[in-house]
Design a protein around this ligand. Structure first.
Ligand code: NAD
Length: 360
């Protein structure tokens, strides 16, 4: 292990604030540089965190400031160019989800990581919770038997993001599916050991966003948003190469229980079903296991212990610890690409009305 702490940076200070917390609390890395094109946001946060170096232009920051690792927390369409620039500058990268809006862009990121021999991690913060980790162990232990169905969803009653770029296809690549669906697709693939996807069928709709309705924190009547050109809800059916299938549903907006914001990952197996149900980001009462014993139904309620860093903070700690000790990096870009392949095919299927086959 090197004597000195690693040097870290964050580009984009929206969810980048959660990354910054990880750099500021890790024993293995320190926050040296931050960047945001919004000068006011940059000055405020750089001062609050006492970050020695701050820039509004990330290319200048990467050129002028030697760093070991950097977080890319920009709008989706900028992930590839910023990640590749950081890799070219010799830095390891944590890129926010979704890895990129297209598989072509995601592959360019992977090629650059290989070329420059740097690590590329995707910020799947939900992998860093004791309940999701427990469920993965459960699935991989064989306790569920053969898993034949993953039923996954993230549904919000009123949850169209307030930052305007989320509603613009050129900047976001898509709507609820690529923003929320990507998390639950990743969680289920990760828990099942990344089975390949064979075919994908999807449908999308855009019902509330263009009317200016159901944006977080807003009240009706909304202002029409003719520029809103992504889906505010979508659904998919994915056949997996191991014989199982996945059903995915993601909504930013729907008429439902007021304030509902619920993540659900069900893995159904021949010997039992595990259900993760996270309501409004809470940590209590999130796990159930259903099976039968001696001919009678049995329900197990699990109460994993939450404590210590989680989510983004924990993933930055994890990556820094692995890099400093030369250990294998926990999530790699290939796993990020797997979800993007499915999402790209979902959008193609929704546009053409046909099932899409994925090669190999
Ligand atoms: N893992 C999660 O749970 C999670 C949560 C929220 C967002 N995200 C992801 O993080 C990324 C950012 O989302 P957000 O919610 O923080 O968005 P945001 O709009 O709140 O923040 C983005 C920031 O980037 C800055 N920015 C934009 N273009 C820039 C540029 N060229 N150079 C420097 N700064 C620039 C903006 O000024 C803004 O401060 C997205 O990819 C999103 O999907 C992930």
């Amino acid at each position: 292990m090197s004597e000195q702490k690693l040097r870290g940076g964050v580009i984009g200070l929206g969810v980048g604030k959660a990354h910054a917390k990880g750099y500021r609390t890790s024993p293995d890395v320190e926050l040296i540089a931050v960047c945001d094109s919004n000068e006011e946001r940059l000055q405020t946060l750089a001062a609050e965190w006492a970050a020695p170096v701050h820039y509004t232009d990330y290319r200048r920051m990467l050129r002028e400031t030697p760093l070991d690792m950097v977080s890319i927390c920009l709008p989706n369409a900028l992930h590839a160019e910023a990640t590749i620039a950081a890799l070219e500058a010799g830095m390891h990268v944590v890129c926010e989800k979704p890895m990129a809006p297209t598989t072509a862009a995601a592959r360019r990121m992977l090629d650059a990581a290989r070329l420059h021999n740097r690590h590329l991690m995707i910020a799947y913060n939900f992998r860093y919770r004791p309940d999701t980790r427990w469920m993965k162990q459960m699935a991989q232990s064989g306790a569920l038997g053969t898993i034949y169905q993953a039923n996954v969803s993230w549904r919000r009653e009123t949850g169209i993001p307030g930052s305007g770029w989320f509603g613009a296809k050129t900047l976001a690549g898509g709507g609820a599916l690529i923003d929320l669906g990507v998390h639950v697709i990743d969680l289920s693939l990760w828990m099942m050991g990344f089975p390949a996807a064979k075919t994908v069928s999807g449908d999308t709709r855009r019902l509330f966003g263009p009317r200016g309705l159901k944006t977080w924190g807003s009240r009706p009547p909304g202002q029409p948003r003719p520029d809103f050109d992504v889906e505010d809800g979508g659904v998919g059916f994915i056949r997996l190469a191991n014989g199982a299938h996945m059903i995915v549903l993601a909504t930013w907006a729907e008429h439902n229980q007021p304030q509902e914001d619920a993540i659900r990952v069900e893995l159904q197996g021949t010997e039992g079903t595990a259900v993760l149900h996270i309501r409004n980001y809470r940590t209590d009462d999130t796990l159930r296991f259903y099976t039968e014993m001696h001919g009678e139904p049995v329900t197990v309620v699990l109460s994993p212990r939450f404590g210590g860093p989680q989510g983004h903070e924990a993933l930055i700690h994890d990556l820094a610890a692995c890099l400093r000790r030369d250990l294998p990096v926990p999530t790699d870009g290939e796993q990020g690409l797997a979800a993007i392949q499915i999402l790209e095919a979902l959008y193609e299927s929704a546009a053409t009305g046909r099932e899409v086959a994925l090669d190999g």
